[in-house]
Design a protein around this ligand. Structure first.
Ligand code: SF4
Length: 304
């Protein structure tokens, strides 16, 4: 299978023990069958711990402790399985995270998800225009060819840096005859509050947002990070339009992601804007919305 990846992809590195929001905390981690069988063959103290801390109820998964931490995440926030057996001993989910994939007939596109702070920092601090190698048209179906041309034009419009980002979004929506729903902060906050939630910090931010009126203006230096954010949403979500036909809805969903993250970023920046704050808001948005198919579908429905 041919793999296509964004220009920055190879630079990604998990920051492990320095990660403030480790993916080994708060998420249920399912173990694929092959790894589960391998874990059963491990002997010694690690083998015993694996026997003790894996539940086979439904799909095999690690039993999180009372702080919702993976039982193999040690006090230094390092993984005991990696420390003892190396990265190749990880199950598929742990090996993959924070990567996502979109599948085509002869290609797979891979990307890094913003729910990981190291990926967020890498993606949002890119200065170069977002770039992913083009697929060979000979290996694409007619539908895929149309899709890649359509998406290329969207990326081009999003990255027309002679215009402000606001103008670029308006140009994009106008070209494809779309309009973004006109709602107050409170109405948007209520919509997000009605969705499934993971982290109470997200609920608190949304409640604060519902009461906010004037948000701080964003300086020009945030145009490129937010352009990267919009490219990320389009790269991650538009391809699924090939399965459900919801291209229009997915563009608007991407614009909503941009609007919501930038608005919350403006709201929390009264003490000063910083990349750390932007990465954190994007991380929260991504883990609350992008990792729940139910939430994605509920938001797509708004644009039908
Ligand atoms: S969230 Fe990202 S940086 Fe943090 S532990 Fe997971 S992969 Fe590593």
């Amino acid at each position: 299978m041919n793999l296509l990846k964004p220009g920055y992809y190879q630079q990604f590195q998990c920051i492990a023990g320095r990660c403030k929001h480790s993916c080994c905390v708060g998420w249920e981690i399912d173990i694929d069958e092959e790894t589960y069988l391998r874990y059963q063959s491990f002997s010694g103290p690690l083998g015993e711990r694996l026997q003790e801390h894996i539940s086979v109820e439904n799909t095999p998964h690690f039993i999180l402790d009372d702080k919702e931490r993976c039982p193999f995440l040690n006090e230094d926030n390092l993984c005991d399985i990696i420390l003892e057996k190396g990265e190749s001993a990880l199950c598929q989910i742990c090996t993959d995270h924070p990567r996502f994939r979109n599948f085509y007939t002869h290609y797979t596109e891979i990307g890094l998800g913003l729910c990981c702070e190291a990926a967020g920092e890498l993606i949002l601090s890119q200065k170069e225009r977002f770039f992913v190698p083009e697929a060979d048209e000979m290996l694409l179906t007619e539908e895929e060819k149309c899709f890649f041309r359509f998406r290329k034009e969207i990326f081009r419009m999003i990255q027309e840096r002679e215009f402000s980002l606001k103008q670029r979004v308006e140009n994009l929506l106008s070209k494809y005859q779309m309009s973004f729903p006109d709602k107050s902060n409170q109405e948007w906050a209520d919509i997000f509050l009605s969705l499934e939630r993971l982290d109470e910090t997200w609920g608190r931010l949304l409640r604060e947002f519902s009461l906010s009126e004037e948000l701080l203006p964003l300086g020009k230096e945030w145009e490129i990070p937010l352009e990267q954010l919009l490219c990320y949403f389009v790269y991650r979500h538009l391809a699924q339009g090939l399965s459900d036909g919801c291209f229009r809805e997915r563009i608007l969903f991407s614009v909503l992601g941009l609007w919501m993250v930038s608005s919350l970023f403006r709201m929390v920046s009264s003490g000063g804007f910083s990349m750390d704050k932007l990465v954190e808001i994007a991380r929260l948005y991504s883990s609350e919305i992008e990792y729940s198919e139910e939430n994605i579908q509920a938001l797509l429905k708004l644009f039908e």
